[in-house]
Write a protein that binds this ligand. Structure first.
Ligand SMILES: [Zn+2]
Length: 160
C-alpha cells in the first residue's frame, strides 16, 4: 500500500492510484471527463493547466504492448476524440503526449496542452517536467483553478 496525498489535502492509502481513480474509489476534482469501456479521462487539478487530460486504462497494466486489440482501438479513438475537443472548445493548437511505462501507478497518458507561457521552458520533451512544476508551484491561483474547472466542464459536454 502507498500513501498518496490528493490535491484537496486528504491522504489515501491505495495499491495503485490509477486503479483507485478508474474504479471510482477516488473522485478526481472536477470529476470524470469521459469514460469508455476500457479508459477513463480526468484532470489532476494540482497542475492548473486548462485542458490538461490524463487518460488512464481501467486495467492494471504498465506497457503499451499489454493492451488487447480492443483496448488499443478504444485508446486511440478516445484519445483522438479528446484531442479534437481540446481544439474545438478550448482552441488548443498543440498537445504534448507523455507516458512512462515504469510508472508507480498504471498505464496513463498525460495530454499536456502547449501554451505560449511554456516557451521559456523549452520546446520539446525537456520542457514537460519544468512546465508541470511551474504550473503547480506558481500558477495555483483561485482564478486559474476556476478556469481549469470550466475547461473540464467544456470538454465533458463536448464529449458527451
Ligand atoms: Zn492500477
Amino acid at each position: 500500500m502507498r500513501k498518496i496525498t490528493l490535491s484537496n489535502g486528504k491522504t489515501v492509502e491505495v495499491e495503485c492510484l490509477s486503479c483507485a481513480l478508474t474504479s471510482g474509489l477516488i473522485e478526481p476534482d472536477g470529476g470524470v471527463i469521459i469514460e469508455t469501456k476500457h479508459f477513463h479521462a480526468h484532470q489532476d487539478v494540482a497542475y492548473p493547466i486548462e485542458g490538461l487530460v490524463i487518460l488512464a486504462s481501467k486495467r492494471h497494466i504498465k506497457c503499451l504492448d499489454e493492451l488487447t486489440d480492443e483496448e488499443r482501438l478504444d485508446y486511440i479513438n478516445i484519445m483522438t476524440s479528446i484531442r479534437k475537443a481540446q481544439r474545438e472548445v478550448l482552441g488548443i493548437d498543440y498537445i504534448y503526449y507523455f507516458y512512462n511505462e515504469d510508472t508507480t501507478h498504471h498505464f496513463h497518458t498525460w495530454m499536456v496542452p502547449r501554451y505560449d507561457w511554456m516557451n521559456e521552458f523549452g520546446r520539446s520533451v525537456e520542457s514537460v517536467r519544468p512546465v508541470l512544476l511551474h504550473a503547480r508551484n506558481h500558477r495555483n491561483t483561485e482564478e486559474n483553478k476556476h478556469k481549469v474547472l470550466k475547461a473540464i466542464e467544456a470538454l465533458r459536454s463536448a464529449l458527451t
